[in-house]
Design a protein around this ligand. Structure first.
Ligand code: B12
Length: 221
């Protein structure tokens, strides 16, 4: 196995063991060794999936999920990661209103999508987590974005997403905005149930879809 491959494996283990110091040390080493920021995020995410499984089988508790979240945020805050989230400050290509739906407090995935969208010159109006449908409708009316992005990591939040789409219809706003939903559990079936225009299990894929909607290919802006 290559040196970088070994590092990545150690990193997944360190995340799953919630060893904050080791995660940061290995992340810095991997970045110096040339890992792409996006690949680093994917590696840390692999560790998060293990944390989730350990929580499910009751080896870990809620405090451990909190710790995992904090560690991920620290990795996102590393100086070298700003490369991934560096906004080129050119003309904005479009506007996205973004939030995590009601009942869900997970914001790491949402924040990654925001960072990547901003890097691709979208203006993102982030309205936070646990956002009720009325607040989504209000922001869409006020901001007139081309795109509404909703994040929902808990599987049962598909209903909250559906309610937002219904509320947009009732407010006569559905035709004015494209809707993308994000979360690793989403499928084309849940996307159709929600009534969204697209879904993404990965923030990067989500940004690509948004660029396509505006007829922009990546790197063109
Ligand atoms: C960290 C964590 C927490 C932290 C969150 C901290 C934070 N600031 O976000 C805290 C402690 C708050 C938490 C709480 C809970 N959690 Co939690 N949590 C996790 C954990 C370990 C990691 C989540 C994460 O950040 N992953 C990394 C990010 C990058 O991945 P992501 O969120 O999926 O985002 C990616 C994509 O989904 C997508 N994406 C996300 N949003 C968007 C938006 C758009 C527009 C697009 C295009 C793409 C996109 O792009 C991202 C990157 O590519 C997961 C385990 C797992 N396997 O995911 C459990 C997990 C999600 N949690 C779970 C549970 C059960 C809970 C609690 C209910 C526990 C409890 N009993 O209280 C509470 C719920 C609180 C609430 N109301 O929201 C379950 C959910 C199970 C389910 N079927 O729904 C999981 C899967 C753990 C498990 N296996 O049991 N959690």
């Amino acid at each position: 196995m290559s040196e970088l491959g070994k590092l990545k494996q150690e990193l997944v283990t360190a995340v799953s063991e919630l060893d904050e110091e080791k995660v940061l040390e290995l992340s810095e080493t991997a970045l110096r060794a040339g890992i792409e920021p996006l690949e680093l995020l994917e590696t840390v995410n692999e560790g998060m999936i293990t944390v989730g499984k350990l929580y499910e089988n009751k080896t870990y508790f809620i405090a451990d999920l909190i710790m995992a979240g904090l560690i991920f945020k620290e990795v996102l805050g590393l100086e070298a990661m700003t490369k991934l989230f560096y906004s080129k400050m050119k003309n904005k290509v479009g506007k996205i209103v973004l939030g995590t739906v009601q009942g869900d407090l997970h914001d790491i995935g949402k924040d990654i999508f925001r960072g990547l969208a901003e890097t691709n010159n979208f203006e993102v109006v982030d309205i936070g987590v646990d956002v009720p449908k009325e607040a989504f409708v209000k922001k869409v009316r006020e901001q007139k974005p081309e795109i509404l992005g909703m994040s929902g990591i808990l599987t049962y939040t598909v209903d909250a997403m559906k309610e937002v789409v219904e509320a947009l219809k009732e407010a006569d706003l559905r035709d004015q905005v494209k809707v993308i939903v994000g979360g690793s559990h989403l499928t084309s079936k849940t996307c159709a149930y929600i009534g969204a225009d697209a879904f993404a299990n990965d923030a990067f894929d989500g940004v690509k879809i948004c660029l396509q909607w505006l007829n922009i290919s990546q790197g063109e802006q």
